[in-house]
Design a protein around this ligand. Structure first.
Ligand code: HXC
Length: 513
């Protein structure tokens, strides 16, 4: 027994070392943690239980039979984050560059299956050169096995991908199917093909950072939802994200203890400028409504004209979708529609109530938008809101014009409660544009066209640039003073807590992808 035990101990020590101390040192030199260190920092102390530590690859081509590493380049298992169960895999770059062999894939699939059966999030710490080149189709098959599970798990358990090193080829498609991607600045890259292939095929000269670094994917492509300054920051953000999200689609929304206090926020009445054309930062409205410092913005640098993120209201998680007047006047365009729609769908999958803050002048006109499919993409947001069955509350702070009024969680597409501040303007378009069209004849015939336009504009604004028409029809449930917004919303979500809506029976809808 003693001999057998010592053999096991020896194998465990080897497994801990991955590809060896030299490669571990190289990883540290790049400013990266090792896979084991990452798991250690992610999970609660002593909570990690490893599965498959002694797995080795089966390949005998290209001399691989002489290169055996226990664990085969990925650490898999389960543990807790703030006391809540999660499943985790961490790719070990010190073993064949974290590349994915058949057995490496099997290990990941095993914990994905466990996560599904037991209804807990699956977190992937990715650091991989893609398919293990020596294994050919076995490795490709392994990827497809993971992709398939990613899809089956989608909407059942939360899936989070932290990109903590180069991720090339197949290594990017599994993260792409998961709910959230985080990238570490300067040490992580995501691309389908790297700079060398790009150069060969398109003759473009591009660095890894430009092609697929964290900044690129945070601001240009929108592939990543969050960026981090280093591995520890990334892991902290994964933990923070998990704190807002239920364990699975049948779990209730996470809640931290909260005792009601004075919930009036007088500062909220100072946010909207006197001049209706002057921008303001919608984040000030968010900060005034949600629990102190609880807002976690997602996709912060992408499509900045819409703000999305998680927060807590009286201790309970909510998802926020808000037009952002300081960026493009908060207009809806292709990218903001896609960003908003994806976030709404995530919240709806996982029972996270939605709060929608509206100040939108409409959809962005122009050939660029039309040719990039603003019709199909704007429809995504409309579809996502219409389909969502979680509690849905809207607060119109200022403009709600045209089709964007309908799209931004209006009563007509199933919102539960719709509020407006007295500064709200709910109309087909702004007073000036509307007057120029409907009073065109009158203005052109007038001896003083400019004065006539101003008069008509004022007349139109008086009639429509307010929330009272909509309130008189019941499209707005109540016009509220900004200072009472937080208190009103807390009570509203408590009232909607047991909301149940059943959609018509169908296989699945056909969102305009
Ligand atoms: C086997 C690999 C590997 C791979 C890296 N290594 N990628 N081994 N299969 N895919 C090995 C290297 O040989 C090296 O081994 C060690 O990992 C570290 O790699 P380096 O190149 O020294 O590291 P670095 O300079 O940091 O570059 C990292 C890298 C680069 C950017 C990931 O290695 C690279 O470009 N790898 C290939 C990426 C790729 O094209 N993958 C296949 C994609 S096709 P030694 O022994 O020297 O330390 C694909 C298809 C799936 O994934 C499609 C599904 C849809």
């Amino acid at each position: 027994m003693d001999k057998k035990w010592s053999i096991l101990q020896q194998k465990r020590i080897e497994a801990q070392l991955g590809g060896g101390q030299k490669r571990i040192d190289a990883q540290h030199k790049k400013g990266k943690l090792t896979a084991r260190e990452r798991v250690h920092f992610l999970l609660d102390p002593d909570s990690f239980e490893e599965i498959g530590q002694l797995v080795t690859h089966r390949s005998t081509d290209f001399g691989l039979e002489n290169e055996i590493y226990y664990g085969d380049g990925v650490i898999t298992g389960y543990g807790t984050v703030n006391g809540r169960l999660i499943y985790v895999f961490a790719q070990d770059f010190t073993v064949f560059g974290g590349s994915l062999s058949e057995t490496h894939a099997e290990k990941i699939c095993k914990i994905m299956d466990l996560a599904m059966k037991n209804g807990a999030p699956c977190v992937g710490l990715n650091d991989s050169g893609g398919a293990r080149i020596q294994e050919g189709v076995n490795s490709l098959g392994g990827y497809a096995d993971i992709f398939y599970r990613n899809v089956l798990s989608s909407g059942v358990i939360p899936q989070i991908s932290a990109i903590m090193g180069p991720c090339a080829g197949g290594a990017v498609y599994s993260p792409a199917i998961t709910d959230f991607i985080l990238m570490v600045e300067h040490t992580s890259y995501m691309f389908v093909t790297g700079p060398n292939v790009v150069k060969t095929v398109t003759n473009e000269e591009v660095t890894s950072e430009q092609l697929g670094g964290a900044q690129t994917h945070a601001s240009k492509s929108g592939v990543t939802h969050l960026t981090a300054i280093n591995d520890i920051d990334c892991i902290e953000k994964v933990k923070q994200l998990l704190s807002y999200i239920p364990q699975n689609c049948e779990d209730t929304t996470p809640r931290v203890p909260y005792t009601m206090q004075d919930e009036y926020r007088p500062d909220l009445s100072k946010v909207i400028p006197d001049n209706a054309n002057q921008p303001y930062d919608m984040r000030e409205v968010i900060a005034g409504i949600v629990d102190n410092e609880s807002f976690m913005e997602i996709h912060e640098q992408y499509a900045e004209n819409i703000v999305v993120g998680f927060a807590r209201l009286a201790g309970r998680s909510i998802g926020i979708v808000a037009n952002q007047p300081i960026s493009l006047a908060g207009v809806l365009d292709v990218e903001s529609s896609k960003k908003g729609a994806r976030f709404v769908r995530f919240c709806d999958c996982f029972n996270i109530p939605l709060l929608v803050l509206v100040d939108v002048p409409g959809f962005l006109p122009g050939t660029d938008q039309e040719w990039h499919g603003i019709i199909t993409n704007g429809a995504k947001l409309l579809y996502a809101f219409s389909e969502a069955t979680v509690p849905r509350v809207t607060l119109i702070t200022r403009k709600a014009y045209g089709g964007a009024y309908d799209v931004m969680n209006s009563k007509h597409i199933g919102a539960d409660m719709n509020f407006a501040w007295p500064t709200a303007e709910i109309a087909v378009m702004g007073a000036k544009g509307a007057s120029e069209i409907i009073f065109k004849q009158e203005i052109s015939k007038s001896a003083h066209p400019a004065a006539k336009l101003a008069e008509k504009e004022a007349e139109y604004a008086e009639k429509f640039a307010n929330p009272y028409r909509a309130a008189s029809r019941g499209f707005i449930d109540e016009v509220i003073h900004p200072s009472e917004s937080r208190r009103k919303l807390i009570k509203t979500y408590a009232m909607l807590e047991n909301k149940v809506v059943k959609l018509p029976k169908k296989k699945h809808g056909n969102i305009p992808l």
